[in-house]
Design a protein around this ligand. Sequence first.
Ligand code: THU
Length: 143
Amino acid sequence: MAKLSKALAADLVARARAVRQRAYVAGSGFRVGAAVLGGSGAVYVGCNVENASYGLTICAERAAVCAAIAAGERELRAVAVVTGLQDPARPCGACRQVLAEFAPARGDLAVLLAGSGKAVARTTIARLLPDRFNFADIAKGRG
Ligand code: THU
């Protein structure tokens, strides 16, 4: 399990919970907030942004990852995801793949999942997405 202090974990969940209020959910009404901890120690947030052309919807996790990468981060240590459900929900497959791209070369990316209740589920990206597709596979077989 990736290491993360209790205080840092609580801060990430709080930041994800706060940004969740900014979600643009004109289609579903299902707000999601995410906060990622970059290798530098900085935190970046994102919320889901829906679109009338449904397939263009961006999940909160990927919005947060994009903010981190645009700020110069290349390794992410942790992510917190908060929904309005009573119990913690799990990140979608697309977001697992995108988060895994930036998991630390050594170690793992901690995943904290929370809902409207106090429970915070803890897992890691390696558990959520074992054997992912990666650039090393592409390098083996171009053309
Ligand atoms: N959603 C996320 O933001 N993250 C996930 O991991 C799963 C789903 C959003 C997308 C859409 O705006 C709404 O939740 C319902 O699918």
